[in-house]
Design a protein around this ligand. Sequence first.
Ligand code: NAP
Length: 238
Amino acid sequence: MRKAALVTGGAVRIGKEISLNLARKGYDIALHYNSSEKEALATRQLILEGGVNCELFRCDLSSAEDAKELVPEVMKSFEGLCVLVNNASIFENVGFRDVTPEFLETDMAVNFKAPFFLSQSFSAETGEGLIVNFLDTRVKKIPVEHFCYNLSKKSLYHLTKMLARELAPDFRVNAICPGAILAPPGQGEDYLRKMARGAPMKRAGSIEDIINAFNYLLENDYVTGECLFVDGGKSLTY
Ligand SMILES: NC(=O)c1ccc[n+]([C@@H]2O[C@H](COP(=O)([O-])OP(=O)(O)OC[C@H]3O[C@@H](n4cnc5c(N)ncnc54)[C@H](OP(=O)(O)O)[C@@H]3O)[C@@H](O)[C@H]2O)c1
């Protein structure tokens, strides 16, 4: 059976590079996207040119019901599914006082509930494998900016550790906590420089740094419950 990986938010940015990296390692790719259809098609083409299979799966992960259906849907095409990458995320800067019930619901749904239920169905439907969650260096901080985003990533940090225990020995569950890697869409180098300010390494990181961390988690069968900070040491300063 051919090995396969499901990457959420795999059409663009970090998710795209993780998908291409897994494809280079011989994994067939179940590439999830929500709104980036054109980019998903382009990424699929690049993956196919590398000689592995790739199918696109559109799903709005703000619906827990839809999120629960995603893995069974993927398994119809990719029986050898053995890697789940929870990369998709909403990153909006809303302060505590302005949070509405709808905003909290959507933020927690995409950033926390979806990884929760994807992990549940992934572990139920596949025999063994690896889950990698994308967190944020700020999980070590007590932040007040991006209130719901940070709350959701902190929840996912604890879920990573709890599932590493719950799902062992058949599954490994790890996470990557990026620092300043890619500026949000519409923001430039200044944003990254500001974000990297105060990091002991005194600079932003690159997608290559994320891929190296990811491959370490992919290839080390004895590592579980680990949250790798790829942040130039920023989390040491909180
Ligand atoms: N970039 C950084 O420097 C940095 C720093 C710290 C942490 N991180 C974390 O690393 C991961 C990747 O970062 P990134 O900057 O590449 O991510 P991103 O561009 O902010 O988001 C990744 C994808 O999430 C998907 N998404 C958003 N809302 C969705 C919804 N309702 N349903 C389904 N998918 C949805 C989007 O897919 P579509 O485009 O298809 O809609 C989007 O392309 C994220 O988890 C992020 O929190 C990144």
